[in-house]
Design a protein around this ligand. Structure first.
Ligand code: KIV
Ligand code: ZN
Length: 517
């Protein structure tokens, strides 16, 4: 076999990806994703921007404690305060990485940073040499590199290397570059920057013109060692380069690229669906690699070809990315042992008590739903594990019809076991229920988005509702899952409220000492 160079995968789903409106994750959700990114085999997990908010700080700390076999990165501006905060958050990491960035284009330096180019160079040197005193690995990124003056970019890179950076990275921050531009930049950097052969060279592409994956692949052809990307390509505006598309391009065409990654491609589908469920953003059916239609053959000619030999119309197989043609099915007769084993095979390591609760939920679901698939089980687990349940739905009764205003009676149980009930009317059963919850809790929230989708197949499929809810300045996603879409709608709203309570945007329940319920 010909020589195959390793490409490092720097995953920024939990930082650049999560920065996207509607893609925010709480610290527990980020931890769930980080564990999956670990199974997927990314080299670096960028877990957050600790100085920017308490949730990111907590997420970086939790992930540093839990994920020992991967490098965990935290983002910082080129200032000491940011680095101190990142070092604190990374304290427990086995392999910490401080990721420092600053813009190098004239436009950004003049209008955003309001700094002279020499001041930018000084900040690069000062911040990297400071970080290097305390962290074993430092990555430096030039923001808006593709629109930077090439001479200045070379000086910035050289300054970073002199200061001790281990990885230097260049961002096509606004997705402006074409593959040829990036080849030219990489060629210039490699030819002109002293010491560049001793550091890892990375690139970070955005998708504003739909070029992020093509550009990342061009960078690999031009000789970079590391690529920044996100699962499902989530990220600012039109997103970042999609991890699964880059990895599967390299995997499908090793003859062309002569490189490999350490990604366990059998985990790709699972990672993609887990993220989609956690952030409540569905995957377009025609999305390469992981879309629902990526391996479907509709036309007669194609079906005929595939039946004769799958390779006629499939350049990769769904099995290779972990998309099972026939997912394993459980039913109401499945026992707890088989269920626990399946949960463990799916990669979850849950405490005994949680497993027992899940098994109860599974039994209840299997009563309603003929067949329970892996996707149902995963959806149940994520629904249960990620958010503290300050309030749970105890029961609801709804009266609705096309000629009457809907009425909903909602009964909630708080974490102390106290019961609260109220009734409200509204335009439709869901609004009536949300009104009743608002009355119980004495709050008024803005429902910014509501969507529903089926997570599994068949008439008895689980309906997953995602809502985006705002309280003051905080916006969160909530998810609910049930075979009854009214129940999943109420659960989704409560899930969002429980998150808002964690963030302090909605008051916590209080134990009433005079109440014995
Ligand atoms: O797009 C960008 O410039 C970034 C940097 C922080 C690398 O995300
Ligand atoms: Zn970015």
């Amino acid at each position: 076999m010909e020589y195959s160079k390793k490409i490092y995968i720097f995953d920024t789903t939990l930082r650049d990806g999560e920065q996207t409106p509607g893609c925010s994750m709480n610290a527990q959700e980020k931890l769930t994703m980080a564990r999956q990114l670990d199974r997927l085999g990314v080299d670096i997990i960028e877990a957050g921007f600790p100085v920017s908010n308490a949730n990111d700080f907590e997420a970086v700390s939790l992930i540093s404690q839990a994920v020992k076999s991967r490098t965990v990165a935290a983002l910082c501006r080129a200032v000491r305060g940011d680095i101190d905060s990142a070092l604190n958050a990374l304290k427990k990491a086995q392999h910490p990485l401080i990721h420092i960035f600053i813009a190098t284009s004239d436009l950004h330096m003049r209008y955003k940073l309001r700094m002279e180019p020499e001041e930018v160079l000084n900040s690069i040197f000062d911040s990297i040499s400071y970080a290097k005193k305390y962290a074993p690995m430092v990555q430096f990124s030039c923001e808006d590199a593709s629109r930077s003056d090439l001479d200045f970019l070379c000086r910035a890179a050289e300054t970073a290397i002199e200061a001790g950076a281990d990885i230097i990275n260049f961002a096509d921050t606004v997705g402006y570059a074409m593959p040829e531009d990036l080849r030219r930049i990489i060629h210039a950097l490699k030819g002109r920057v002293n010491g560049i052969e001793n550091v890892r060279l990375g690139f970070h592409c955005h998708n504003d013109l739909g070029m992020a994956v093509a550009n990342s692949l061009a960078c690999i052809e031009a000789g970079v060692d590391q690529i920044d990307c996100t699962v499902n390509g989530i990220g600012e505006r039109a997103g970042n380069a999609s991890l699964e598309e880059i990895v599967m391009s390299l995997n499908t065409r090793p003859d062309h690229f002569l490189v490999h990654t350490d990604i366990n491609i059998g985990q790709i589908y699972r990672t993609s669906s887990m993220l989609s469920r956690i952030i409540g953003m569905s995957i377009p059916p025609n999305k390469p690699v992981v879309g629902a239609n990526a391996f479907k053959h509709e036309s007669g000619i194609h079906q005929h070809g595939v039946m004769a030999n799958r390779q006629t119309y499939e350049i990769m197989t769904p099995e290779s990315i972990g998309m099972k043609r026939d997912p394993l099915v459980f039913g109401k007769h499945s026992g707890s042992h088989a269920f626990y084993q399946r949960v463990s095979e799916l990669g979850y390591d849950l405490p005994e008590q949680m497993l027992q609760q899940l098994f109860e939920d599974f039994k209840a679901l299997a009563e309603k739903k003929h067949e329970v698939t892996d996707f149902d089980i995963e959806a149940m687990i994520e629904n249960k594990t990620n958010t503290r349940r300050y309030y749970n739905l105890d029961r609801f009764v709804i009266n609705s019809g096309n000629t009457i205003r809907s009425t909903s009676i909602i009964r909630l149980k708080d974490e102390f076991g106290q019961i609260f009930e109220d009734v409200a009317t509204g335009d439709g059963p869901i609004f009536a229920s949300y009104e009743a919850i608002g009355r119980i809790l004495g709050i008024s929230l803005a429902l910014e988005d509501y969507s529903i989708r089926s997570v599994s197949e068949g008439g008895d499929a689980l309906g997953e509702v995602s809502v985006r809810v705002k309280a003051g300045k905080r916006t969160v996603m909530g998810r609910g899952l049930s075979t009854d879409i009214l129940e999943s709608s109420i659960d989704a709203y409560l899930n969002a409220i429980n998150k808002l309570i964690t963030l302090g945007a909605v008051p916590r329940p209080r134990k009433n000492e005079n109440n014995d319920t």
